[in-house]
Design a protein around this ligand. Structure first.
Ligand code: ZN
Length: 135
C-alpha cells in the first residue's frame, strides 16, 4: 500500500501543471485506435494511426494550458457546427412534404415556411428582412 501511495504521489507531482486528458484527446485516441485496427488490412495506415496518438499524448502532457484550451474550444465549435448541420438536414427530411426551407438572403439563416401557400412574403425572425417566396 505504501508503494502504491508513493507511486500515486509521484504521478500527481509529474502531472502538476500539465493539461491532462479532455474530449479532444479522447477523440484523437479513438481515431488512432480505429486507424490501427484498419491498418491490419491496409498496413500503410499504421503510420497514419500514430499521428493522432502522438498529438493526444502531446496534449495530455503539455504545460501550455491556454493553447490546449483554445484547441478544445475550436474543436467544440466545429463539432457544434456539424451537429447543427446534421440536425437541420434531419428536420428538412422530416418536413419535406409539409414545409419548404430556404436561406434568408440577408443574414443567411434558415427559414421554414409551409408548403403550397403560393406566393408569400416571409419576414426573417432574425434580421426582420422581408422576402417574397413561392411555396
Ligand atoms: Zn435574415
Amino acid at each position: 500500500m505504501r508503494l502504491l501511495r508513493k507511486l500515486g504521489e509521484r504521478i500527481r507531482a509529474f502531472m502538476y501543471g500539465r493539461y491532462g486528458f479532455d474530449e479532444l484527446s479522447t477523440v484523437l485516441s479513438v481515431s488512432a485506435l480505429i486507424l490501427a485496427a484498419v491498418s491490419a488490412f491496409f498496413p500503410p495506415l499504421a503510420i497514419l494511426a500514430l499521428l493522432p496518438l502522438i498529438w493526444s499524448i502531446f496534449r495530455t502532457y503539455s504545460r501550455n494550458i491556454a493553447k490546449r484550451r483554445a484547441e478544445l474550444d475550436a474543436y467544440l465549435k466545429y463539432l457544434g457546427k456539424v451537429k447543427r448541420h446534421i440536425s437541420l438536414r434531419r428536420d428538412m427530411w422530416r418536413d419535406r412534404k409539409t414545409h419548404v426551407y430556404f436561406k434568408c438572403p440577408v443574414c443567411k439563416s434558415y427559414l421554414r415556411v409551409p408548403k403550397g401557400k403560393g406566393e408569400i412574403t416571409v419576414t426573417c425572425p432574425v434580421c426582420r428582412s422581408k422576402t417574397d417566396r413561392k411555396t
